[in-house]
Design a protein around this ligand. Structure first.
Ligand SMILES: [Zn+2]
Length: 275
């Protein structure tokens, strides 16, 4: 069988068979500056199915993010993104959910999570990251989380393979006080944070690169990558699992039900105050 022309330069990639991506179902949470670019990259790679959750509506203020167009302002981000991706590569099935994974979309999110091969976190909230992390650990799904700093020039990518690498909570929350720990290069953004398309593009591409390696089994998994755009550096941190972690540790496993999530929202506020 001959390779379709659109994949010809991918088919000669020597480290893995990229065609295997056709069998993969990828879940992206967040369709902002990171999520839209991740979806674009994965669509061009010819992923099988891409499921995207985001309840936001596209506003003029979002147009500094890549992918979105002026005439799409007012549309749900996931619908605008699907419209674009269908033009990029009609082979890829895009499944949009204009829902909140911690609210009206909770049930749909869990169902999709169970079916997915990997999760890409592209959110701007510490609490939501903690929530996705806990659910991914519980359901044993690999979670690649991306984030950029409040000043827009630094970012990080965190890869969580349940049972193997440190989970998000292992090192961003103090095991003694349960409060977030300030970690250089790991500030979470908020909707008021700077969003620079350069940094967003770099972090989204790094997230996809890590996801590709895990999905297709090549290269080395990197638990934590820190990018510093001011100095043009990229560092790798080999985080170790915290045996006392409340999510992935041996003792005291917690389940993130909705009540627990309210507590996480408080952590989110605390975390922002620390920044
Ligand atoms: Zn952990």
């Amino acid at each position: 069988m001959t390779t379709p022309a659109r994949y010809s330069r991918l088919a000669i990639f020597p480290h893995a068979d990229l065609e295997k991506l056709r069998e993969k179902r990828i879940l992206i949470v967040g369709a902002g500056g990171l999520g839209a670019v991740c979806a674009d990259i994965l669509t061009r790679l010819g992923a099988g199915k891409i499921v995207i959750f985001d309840y936001d509506t596209l506003e003029m203020e979002n147009l500094n993010r890549m992918i979105y167009k002026t005439e799409q302002v007012g549309m749900k981000k996931v619908e605008a993104l699907k419209e674009y991706l269908n033009h990029v590569n009609p082979d890829v099935e895009i499944i949009p959910y204009p829902l909140d994974i911690t609210g009206d979309g909770h049930e749909a999110f869990i169902k999709e999570l169970e079916k997915s091969d990997i999760v890409l976190g592209c959110v701007d909230s510490f609490g939501v990251r903690m929530f996705i992390n806990a659910k991914c650990v519980e359901l044993k799904k690999t979670y690649v989380d991306g984030g950029t700093s409040l000043d827009g020039i630094r970012g990080s990518v965190h890869t969580i393979i349940p049972g193997k690498t440190a989970c998000y909570r292992c090192h961003v929350v103090s095991q003694k006080t349960d409060y977030p720990v300030k970690t250089e290069g790991h500030e979470t953004g908020t909707c008021h944070a700077v969003s620079l398309p350069t940094t967003m593009g770099i972090i989204a591409a790094l997230e996809c690169q890590e996801a590709l390696k895990i999905l297709l089994g090549f290269g080395n998994t990197v638990p934590y990558i820190i990018y510093d755009g001011l100095n043009g550096t990229m560092n790798v941190v080999n985080w170790k699992r915290n045996p006392r972690c409340q999510v992935c540790g041996k003792k005291g496993k917690e389940r993130m039900d909705k009540r627990k999530f309210e507590e996480l929202e408080n952590i989110d506020e605390l975390f922002e105050k620390l920044m």
